[in-house]
Design a protein. Structure first.
Lengths: 361, 361, 361, 361
C-alpha cells in the first residue's frame, strides 16, 4: 500500500523507526519479560541515559508519547494552586488540546522571541505574580516550561540556559525542558552544551524518541527529588505506562548505542543545511533563522502550490495576503536524493515566481 | 539478553507481537504517511472493524493503552456531576491508580459475583441514587462499566448482556464494555454472542490488542453519537493520540485479516483448557470457574513455591493461612511444549503436596 | 471596632448588606426551615426572578459567591475537550486564581476593546479553531463568557448583545453572561435592554447580589435545558450549596421587592455621575469611559498619594512612569456627603497637581 | 411566612444564627472594611482561635461551607497520585456529590465501627497499598480523614486519637479532622481532650460554625507548614474566599467570646440527653450509642409516621422490613419546651406501638 504520492517533508515522524531499532524488535520479539518497564531492556536504557546525563542519581522513566510526557511532568511538579510559565508558542499551550488545563493547571504566558524566553522575563513574571496586591486572585508560578530546540527550531545558548536555571533557583521555580527534538538541538551548528549540562540546569527534562528514529517513546529524566516521588504511579494514572514497556527500553538502548541517536540527528541537520543554503541562495526570506532540522521559509502561495504537487510541506501560518510561512522538516530518514530533488525544484520555482518572491520582504 | 529464567505463565503480555504483525511492521517501515491516525492503514482497520461490528456508522479510534482507553471513554461519557457504575473488582477501580478519579469522576461500586454484575443490581443502584432524598448529595449514575471477559475470566451470557443493555436504555445510562481480552471471550466455550451483538448492546466498547497479539493498542468503537463528538480531541488531550498512529492501524488490520485475532485467542483458550483439565483431575479447587485463558486454582503455598522454581505464575490473593489463589495465564504465544511441561509438574506437585491440597477445601 | 480610617471608594463590597436585608434576617432568624435551598424563601425568590426574566421555564439557583458561580456555570456547559471564549480581561481569566483551569478547561482569549468583544470576533475565533488543519490539537470552543457591565464598567448595547447571541446560535456556542454588577448596568445611562431581553439572548447568566446590596450571593438563571440537568448536584459537588440556603433566598426576595435592587444600583450610578462630572471638569483623562459605578481616571502618582490620605481608592494599573489608572467605586452604601467630600478634594488636588495632570495626556 | 408546620428535630441547621451573632451583624453592618478576609474582624478571630489551639504558629482560614472546606483541605494535602483514607461512612465519601473525586483524588475506604476507624486499621491499609506488588497500579495513601464527632455522633478518645496521630507520623501520612460538629464533641460526656490536644495531633482540622450557632462558616486550622503554602490561593481558586470575608471573622469572634460556642453545644447535648433517657426508659433500641447531639433510635415505621405528624425527624436508613433507623438532632436553638413535648409523645407512642417495638430487637 503506497500511503502518499508525494515526497514527505512535512514532519519528522512520517516514517517508522530506524532500521536498527526494527531489527532489535524482530530479534527480541519472543523473549519473555515482566511488564510495565520492569525488564532488562529498560534497566539497560536507564543506565545508558544516566551516563549521558553524567548523573547516576537521576530517575529515568519511559513514556509512550510527548503530550503524555508533558502533562505528567507538569502534574508531578505542581500543587493545585500553582501554574506553569511557558512561551506564547509553547507546545503545551498551542498544540496539546488543553492537556495542561485538563490536569487542572493554568499556563502563564511570556511573549517569546524566536520561540525563546529569557531569564529576565521569567524574573519579571515572577515578580508580577508574587508581589501583586491581587496575589490571592492569581495562581502561583512554580514551573518554567521551555523547549530545546524550540518550536521554531532555535536554540538556547549555554549562557541563556544557565541564566534561566539560575533565576529558577533564585525564585524557587522548577525548570522543565521539553526535548522532543533534543538530538537535533545537540548536534546543530552553534549548539554549545551537552546533556550533562542540561541535566545540571534542569529539575526535569525529556529526551524525545518518536521524532528521532524511534517508533514512539520519550525518556523523562527526573533530577529533583521533590518531583521524583510517586512518578511511576502518576505515569500509570495518566495512562502512560506501557504494559509491554520493554518496547521503550529496547528502542532507547539501541538509539544510544554507538551514538546512533546523535548520528541520525546530525544527518537530518545536514540535510536541512543543504535546503537552507539553497533557499538563501534563491533570496528567500525566513520567518525565523535556525540551524536545526526545521526550516521556515516564506513562500508566495503560488510557489507553495507548485511545490506541493510533488512534495508534502506544512503551511505553517499566513505571512501576508499572498504568501505563507512554510515548514520544511528533515529527519533521520530523509535521503540525499529527495533533498536534491527538492533543491532543484525550489531553484526552478524561485525563478518562476521571482516577481512574487520579491514582494514577500 | 535472556530476560527471564522461568517459563512465563504470569500474564498474557510477556512477549512482543504475533510474528505476522512484526512482519507487517518491517515491510512498511519506510512508507511515508501523515501522522495522528490519518493514514491508509488506520483507514483500512476502521473499515474492517466496522464490518466486524455489523454497523457502518460507528466511529473507531485507536489508542495506545488500556488505562488511557478507559479514562478517555469514561471522560467522554460523563458530565462533571456524573459517576460510573463498576463491579467491585472492576479494573478501573482496583488497578489503574485512580485514573478515573483523576478525570474528576466517582466510581459507584456494585458487589460482583465471579466478577459479574446483573441488570437488576444496576437497576436497584440507579433507584437508590436517583430516588434518594439525599440525591443532591450524591453523584448521578450515568455510565455502566463492565468487562468481558471479566477480571476473573468469566463471561456474560447473551441474555445477561441484553438484560444489562435494556436496563441501561430504560434508565438513560450509557453502557461501556472493556474488551481488553475480548477475543479470548468471543472464542471461549460457552460464549454465545459475537461482536455484532455486542455492538447492538453497547454505547461504547473496545477491542483489546496488547493482550491478544499486538505490541500495544486498543480499538475503541463509539456507537452513541452523543459520545462521539470531539472524541479525537479528547484522545489527544489525554495523550492517547500516537504521532505515528499508523502503527495501530497496521496491527489491527493484520490482526483481523483472515481471522488471526480469533485464531490466536482460540489457541490460548485451548492451552488453558489443557491445564484446566489437569488441575481438575488433580482435585485442585478453583477460586472461580471459567472457560477463558486465565485460570485461578488455589495452591498450597509450598506447592506454589515449588512450581515457581521453574514457572512464573501470579500470586493473585491469599486464600487461607497456608494457601493462595494463583493466576495462570496463557496467550497466543503459549506453546504446547511449555503447557505439557507445566501439566507434568502440576501432577507431580499435586502428589507431593496432596495432604496440603486436601486442606484447601 | 473601626475597621478603616479612610473613606472607602475602593470597591462596591466594603459594607455589609442593605438595611432592609439585615432587617429581614433578624425577623426570620428563628424560623425553622429545611436546608439546601428547599425552603419557602428560596421558592419565593425563584418565582420573582422568573418573572423578572419573563420566562417561567428557567431554572434559578442561588450560590454563595461569584467565583463559585463562574466555575460551576462553566463546568455545567463544557465537556472535557471543550473550552470557553473570554475577553482578555475576563474576570475568570485574570482574577480567579485559575479556577476555570482547575475544573479542567482552557480559556480561549479574544482581545477586548474597553472590555468588550464583538460578534464578528467570536465568529472568527470559532472559524480559526474549527476549520484549522490542527483542529485535533486544539480544544473545541463551546461557550462564550462575557460580563455586563464589563470589568471596565462599559455596557453592551442591545444590538451588540443580539449579534453575539446570534453568532452563538449559528455556531452552536452557549452564551454565559456574568452579571456580578448587573443592576448597575441595567440602570445606567445608555443601557437599552432589560433582564427579559438578556434572558432571551443567553443560555445561562447570573444576577449578582454581593456587590449590590446583599451580604453575599448570586442568582444563576439557567435557560438552556442541556445545561440544566444536574445543576444542583454540580453546585453541591463544588461546595456552592449553602446548608442554610434560605439566607440566599431571603436576600434575593427582599432585593427584588419593590424594585430595591434597581433603586440602589441607580443611586450608585448617580453618585458615580457626580464624581465623573467633577473629574471631567477638572480635565482629568479616563482610561476608559463608561456610565456605571466604576470610574477609571488617570491620576499623577502624587495626586493619588495625596487623595489616598483620606480616601481608599484602588491603584488599578500603571499608566506611565509618573501616573496610574485609578479605580473609584460607588455602591448602594455610598453617601452623598462622602461623594461631596471626595469631589471637593479632587478639585483641590487637580489644582495642586495641575502641571502633572497636563503630562498625563 | 411560616416555613414549617412541624417542630424541627431533623438537623442542627434549621434555624439562622445565635442571636448574639445576629446582633453583631446588625451593629457592624455599615462599617467599611477591605474584603477577602483582610479585615480586623478576621484578624481578631484568628488570634482567638490560635489561643484556643494553644499554638500561635498555626494558620487559620475561614471558608463559607463544609464541602468547600473538605475539598480544599484535601486538595492542599495531596499530590496528583495520592489518595485520602476515610471511614466507609465518611461525609466526603457519602454525602458530598463526589467533590473529592472532582478534585482528582481517590478515596480509600476503611470499614468503620460506629463511624470510627483505628490506628491499626490505618497502619494495615498503608501496608497493603505500599508493600503491594501492584503498587504502581494503586494510588499512594497520603492523608487520613476522620470526623470528630463522627457521622454517628460517636467520639474518639484521647488515646485513640493519639494512636492515630502516631501511626500517621510513622507512615508519613497527614491527619485531617473534620470538626463540622466539633463543639458538640468537646462538650459531650466522655470527651477527654480539648482543642489544644487536637491541634497537637493533627496536621489540619476545622472548627465548624454552621451547625453550631453561625449562619455559615468553618474555620480551618493549618498546622503543618507543608500544607500551609498557598492555602489562601487555593481557597480562592475553589470559590471559598468570601468577598465580604468579615462576616466569617465576625461570627467566629463572637462564637468564641465568653465561651459561647461551648455553652450552646453543651445545651444541645443536654437536650439530647433528655431525649436519650426517655428513649432508653421506653426500651427503644439504638442503632449506635453516643453522647452528643445526634440520636439514632430504631422506630417501627408506624411509630415513625405517627411522630412525624408533629415533628420533623430524619429517616436515616432501613433497619428491617418494618422499622427504620431515625436521626433526631438537637442544636443551640432547641428549646426545653419542644423537647418535653417530644418526650411526652415518644412515651405515648412507645406504649401505642409496644408490640412492634418488641420486634425490632
Amino acid at each position: 500500500m503506497k500511503s502518499s504520492q508525494r515526497i514527505e517533508f512535512s514532519s519528522d515522524y512520517n516514517e517508522g523507526a530506524h532500521p536498527r531499532l526494527i531489527q532489535k524488535l524482530v530479534e527480541t520479539n519472543m523473549a519473555q519479560t515482566f511488564g510495565y518497564g520492569l525488564d532488562p531492556y529498560c534497566d539497560e536504557a536507564v543506565e545508558i541515559i544516566r551516563d549521558l546525563c553524567g548523573n547516576r542519581d537521576v530517575d529515568v522513566h519511559f513514556v509512550v508519547g510527548g503530550t503524555l510526557t508533558n502533562l505528567i511532568s507538569v502534574a508531578a511538579c505542581l500543587r493545585a494552586h500553582e501554574g506553569v510559565i511557558s512561551p506564547t508558542n509553547g507546545h503545551i499551550h498551542i498544540l496539546e488540546t488543553g492537556s495542561i488545563e485538563a490536569t487542572g493547571h493554568k499556563i502563564l504566558l511570556i511573549q517569546g522571541e524566536n520561540g525563546k524566553i529569557t531569564a529576565s522575563q521569567i524574573d519579571r513574571e515572577y515578580e508580577e505574580y508574587c508581589n501583586s496586591d491581587a496575589r490571592v486572585h492569581l495562581v502561583h508560578p512554580k514551573l518554567v516550561y521551555i523547549t530545546h530546540p524550540t518550536e521554531y527550531g532555535t536554540l538556547y545558548t549555554k549562557a541563556e540556559l544557565k541564566a534561566i536555571s539560575d533565576v529558577c533557583k533564585k525564585r524557587g521555580l522548577y525548570l522543565f525542558v521539553d526535548g522532543a527534538r533534543l538530538g537535533y538541538g545537540m548536534t546543530a551548528k552553534g549548539s554549545d552544551f551537552d546533556i550533562k549540562f542540561l541535566t545540571e540546569c534542569c529539575d526535569i527534562f525529556y529526551i524525545g524518541g518518536a521524532k528521532q528514529g524511534a517508533l514512539f517513546g520519550e525518556a523523562i529524566v527526573v533530577k529533583n527529588k521533590n518531583i521524583a516521588d510517586g512518578f511511576r504511579q502518576l505515569i500509570k494514572q495518566r495512562g502512560g505506562l506501557m504494559s509491554k514497556g520493554r518496547l521503550l527500553g529496547m528502542q532507547f538502548s539501541e538509539l544510544f548505542r554507538d551514538g546512533l541517536y546523535f548520528d541520525i540527528a546530525k544527518h537530518a541537520n545536514e540535510m536541512a543545511d543543504l535546503i537552507r543554503t539553497c533557499l538563501k541562495n534563491a533570496g528567500i526570506r525566513f520567518f525565523v533563522e535556525n540551524t536545526t532540522n526545521l526550516l521556515f521559509p516564506i513562500f508566495p502561495d503560488d510557489m507553495f502550490h507548485k511545490l506541493s504537487e510533488k512534495y508534502s510541506l506544512t503551511n505553517f501560518s499566513r505571512w501576508n495576503e499572498s504568501s505563507s510561512v512554510i515548514r520544511i522538516a528533515t529527519s533521520w530518514a530523509t535521503t540525499e536524493q529527495n533533498v536534491n530533488a527538492l533543491i532543484h525544484d525550489i531553484e526552478e520555482a524561485a525563478k518562476q515566481f521571482g516577481a512574487q518572491l520579491a514582494k514577500v520582504a
